[in-house]
Design a binder for this molecule. Structure first.
Ligand SMILES: [Zn+2]
Length: 191
């Protein structure tokens, strides 16, 4: 039985998602335990031990990508995809009432996201990039609801809660804030 060691590692490219840019995964036979991730233009290149397969490999890649995004979120990466996602959610939950623009921002220190009623701009903290997609969806629907109702009124909640896991997302984010060492819920809330 002969089994040649591949000279070049197998490469796989995942298309960009709304919560992260394009990811190139290189399976390396030279790596046994550790992985690495770095930016290459607007793409993230991840090296993973070739022995990792399936769910184990997926979790490994997700962790490395999340860590890199937390370390140095590339401001522009994923803005277009985030905006596309927000428009999909608007069509589904807010009768198509949509923002003027949606952007990731690294400058929000105490808020997960914000919505400016005047300019109709939605800004989402890059810290949420590490959260599951459904949590970011919930945050986007919350901000979309503010385009219709400025305050946290019963009418506002009626719209925001059209997203089925809105309450789950709030609980998740409360825990996430604690994990980040943010002082209290009041310091890290949804605006
Ligand atoms: Zn709000």
């Amino acid at each position: 039985m002969s089994r040649a060691t591949p000279r070049t590692p197998a490469v796989e490219v995942e298309p960009p998602r709304f919560d992260r840019p394009e990811v190139e995964i290189r399976a390396s036979t030279r790596r046994t335990k550790t992985g690495s991730a770095h930016w290459s233009g607007s793409r993230i290149v991840v090296q993973v031990p070739a022995r990792l397969r399936g769910r184990e490999r997926r979790a490994f890649v997700d962790e490395l990508v999340a860590r890199l995004l937390a370390q140095r979120p590339q401001h522009a990466a994923g803005d277009g995809a985030l905006e596309d996602r927000c428009r999909e959610l608007a069509a589904r939950y807010t009768d198509g009432v949509a923002p003027a623009s949606v952007r990731w921002t690294g400058s929000q220190t105490t808020r997960w996201a914000s919505c400016s009623p005047d300019t109709r701009e939605i800004r989402v903290s890059t810290r949420l990039r590490q959260c599951p997609a459904w949590v970011i969806d919930a945050v986007l629907v919350h901000e979309l609801a503010h385009l219709i109702e400025a305050d946290h009124s019963p009418a506002f909640h009626e719209i925001a809660n059209r997203f089925p896991r809105q309450r789950d997302a709030e609980v998740y984010l409360e825990g996430y804030a604690l994990g980040l060492g943010l002082a209290s819920e009041a310091d890290a809330g949804l605006d």
